[in-house]
Design a binder for this molecule. Structure first.
Ligand code: GLU
Length: 303
């Protein structure tokens, strides 16, 4: 049986983009019989509080999504540490003091629109006291192209050691970063299928390179459309919570689901429905390849 997961970050309540990603991961798993794990990503303890995690879980339940297991990433610190030990034993870890601002000043764009690191600290030896030292650690990635497979044909191929540069895998405070935690948690949960938004497609090659260093196989990916919202200046961006969780809850979950089904290409109209009503007609060929724009006023103002 395949194992899939939905892994939202608990830095806020669910927004339309979260619900679309959850809906598509849920439909994919329930339709194919895969086991589906909800992993609440909460390793950033400042942004991700237990109260937000509980509210997010409540939002998903309200919307009509159920899961075969619920995990919290913050409970996996021992696994993250074991992976760091392994990378250290392989001679791949090195300290990095370059700040975000210094990386930006290097002036080379990365595939996600951020800034690439130049691997200039690779020769810095890992100090013996690295476990307790107040330093960030990067992992020296192997050179070469990595091409994880996206079932929907999204091109994931990169030479991540160059396109992004070596990733930070441990922060100064000693915690695992996003890339390391995702790779370790997916492996330990037996995840072999990852359905997630297209904004994360460019992270796949770095994650695959890390996975290979750790000796673990790649999952199959499916990256899907995003829901965009316009910000105050009218610029479209990934839906990120400009609509508050409480505001979203003023609409019924059925109307929300109907609108998301229409935006995703699963329905011609936004007739109210529950996720389970969409199961029969679900297949990826019907899902729109183009990002969709969320018009909250339309839902809010119509009865
Ligand atoms: N937690 C990440 C997010 O909410 C997704 C992690 C992943 O799917 O790899 O954007």
């Amino acid at each position: 049986m395949a194992t899939s997961r939905f892994a939202p970050t608990a830095s806020g309540r669910a927004h339309p983009g979260t619900l679309l990603a959850g809906l598509l991961a849920w439909l994919d798993a329930r339709r194919s019989g895969a086991r589906l794990i909800l992993r609440i990503e909460d390793i950033d303890r400042e942004r991700c509080t237990p109260a937000l995690a509980a509210a997010l879980i409540g939002d998903l339940d309200w919307f009509g999504l159920d899961f075969d297991a619920v995990e919290r990433q913050s409970e996996h610190a021992a696994d993250h540490l074991a992976a760091l030990e392994r990378l250290a034993a392989l001679g791949r870890l090195y300290p990095s003091t370059m700040s975000r601002r210094q990386v930006t000043a290097l002036g080379r764009r990365a595939p996600d629109g951020g800034w690439a690191y130049d691997n200039s600290e690779r020769d810095t030896p890992l100090p013996d006291d690295w476990r307790s030292a107040d330093i960030a650690l990067r992992v020296r990635l192997p050179e070469g192209r990595v091409a994880p497979v996206d079932e929907g044909g999204v091109d994931l191929e990169q030479n991540p050691a160059q396109s992004f540069g070596d990733p930070v895998v441990r922060t100064r405070s000693g915690g695992a970063t996003y890339h390391l935690a995702v790779v370790v948690d997916d492996h330990h949960a037996g995840v072999d299928r990852i359905v997630r938004g297209r904004d994360l497609a460019t992270a796949s090659a770095t994650q695959a390179a890390l996975r290979r260093l750790l000796g673990w196989p790649d999952p199959v990916y499916r990256h899907h459309l995003l829901v965009l919202e316009s910000d105050a200046s009218g610029k479209l961006a990934k839906s990120h919570g400009s609509i508050s969780g409480d505001e979203l809850r003023q609409i019924t979950p059925e109307r929300l689901c109907g609108e998301l089904a229409r935006l995703a290409g699963l329905a011609d109209t936004s007739a109210p429905c529950r996720p389970r009503d969409l199961l029969d007609g679900f297949c990826w060929q019907r899902i729109s390849p183009a990002d969709a724009v969320w018009d909250h006023t339309k839902l809010r103002d119509s009865p």
